[in-house]
Design a protein around this ligand. Structure first.
Ligand code: FEO
Length: 397
């Protein structure tokens, strides 16, 4: 794929990582992209963001589709996480006269990552003139690292917010309307749940600051996945509004792991009970469903219901791994409930309760435990317990 025009005088020159299947523990079955953008001014050119080291030759070849890389006069480092910053030295070598700017915190991050490399801090109230076209900058701390920064080109109303509005989605189309807005919004949500959920307040603040600054983007070009424009951009904005405000619906997520099928039988009965209460529910076996997918399902849900049999006095490692995964994502403001089978001595439900309530989820219902293989009476009781969960979900604001 060659450089792709985004709008007048701006090109996508990033790379598509079709094979990426894991992003620090977040499973990415659809791959990802590391987006970088080339901006043309009358007096110079700017490159917004770089890519992972291994992809630098590909980035440079796309820049060369448009302009000799040596003519680029400005490199903007919006974020120092290595997926965008590890290739910086290689890119700088091909753009020897380029000034390199980052947020004040980003300057420190670049030096720390690149063995003392010195770049220039750009103040939020400064505009860099490329000749008839300017770039403006806005720090967006903790969206999702302290150094994160947004870049905006007001003349063409293009916002390049790095990870914000990103999705891990590799595709031949560069725009959300080309790959299908529903797919793009789903991946936006998976990304939000797995990366941005713990910083939702900072994301909300970032969106407010964009408005307060009078920036009215017609195009949002993030550093991962597809680019938003037109109706797709409006849909992405609305989705962010919903998620940052914490809106939830009457929905429960049941996730479990099983040894010999008893906890699976209980899980299905619990789902029947939740359904009978008129509440939407999804059932996920953690042996075959990624933690990222379950976390996404939790994004607009009011309840997390976890099931595990007892093994060596505790929960199965897949359930423990999932709890560890969401610990940092802090899906608080939800209720939790715990169930599981045991052979001769319990322990799993107690351990799940301790770990999950420590994160901050409420657990108002009694746990549901059952010995060995569930009888039909046990399954009836599990269904009744599921119904209680459904009623509790409906009672929650
Ligand atoms: Fe895509 Fe926070 O890096």
């Amino acid at each position: 794929m060659r450089a792709v025009p985004v709008t007048d005088g701006i090109w996508w020159v990033g790379v598509i990582d079709w094979g990426l299947r894991d992003f620090h523990g977040y499973e990415t079955p659809r791959g990802s992209t590391y987006n970088a953008y080339l901006v043309r001014g009358e007096s110079t050119w700017a490159l917004i963001d770089t890519v992972k080291t291994a992809f630098v030759p590909e980035l440079l070849s796309r820049v060369a589709d448009v302009i000799d890389p040596a003519e680029v006069g400005l490199i903007v480092v919006n974020h120092v996480e290595p997926d965008h910053n590890s290739g910086l030295r290689g890119v700088m070598a091909a753009m020897p006269s380029a000034r390199v700017v980052a947020s004040a915190t980003g300057v420190k991050g670049v030096a720390e990552y690149h063995d003392g490399l010195v770049v220039e801090a750009v103040a939020p109230d400064v505009a860099i003139d490329l000749g008839g076209r300017t770039l403006r900058f806005m720090p967006a701390p903790m969206v999702h690292w302290p150094d994160s920064m947004l870049t905006y080109c007001p003349e063409v109303r293009v916002l390049m917010p790095n990870d914000a509005f990103g999705q891990h989605l590799a595709s031949s189309g560069r725009f959300a309307d080309e790959v299908g807005v529903d797919l793009a919004i789903e991946e936006l949500g998976i990304y939000y749940a797995n990366i941005l959920m713990p910083v939702h307040a900072q994301v909300a603040k970032m969106v407010d600051k964009i408005t307060e600054a009078g920036w009215e983007p017609e195009v949002i070009a993030p550093s991962h996945g597809v680019i938003w424009r037109g109706d797709a951009l409006a849909a992405a904005y609305q989705a962010y509004e919903r998620w940052t405000s914490g809106v939830k619906r009457d929905k429960a997520v049941v996730a479990y792991s099983t040894m010999w099928g008893s906890t699976k039988m209980l899980a299905e009965a619990v789902v029947d009970g939740i359904t009978a209460a008129g509440v939407e529910v999804g059932l996920y076996d953690l042996a075959v469903t990624s933690g990222a997918k379950v976390t996404y399902e939790l994004l607009e849900a009011k309840a997390l219901v976890l099931g595990s049999p007892t093994l060596h006095h505790g929960m199965l490692y897949r359930v423990a791994g999932f709890i560890q995964y969401i610990e940092g994502l802090k899906p608080v403001d939800r209720m939790a409930a715990f169930f599981g089978s045991f052979g001769w001595g319990g322990g799993a439900v107690k351990q799940m309760r301790e770990r999950v309530t420590a994160i901050g989820l409420e657990a108002p219902l009694e746990d549901f435990s059952e010995k060995f293989k569930p009888t039909s009476d046990d399954l009836t009781a599990a269904e009744a317990w599921g119904r209680q969960i459904g009623e509790a979900v409906k009672a929650r604001a």
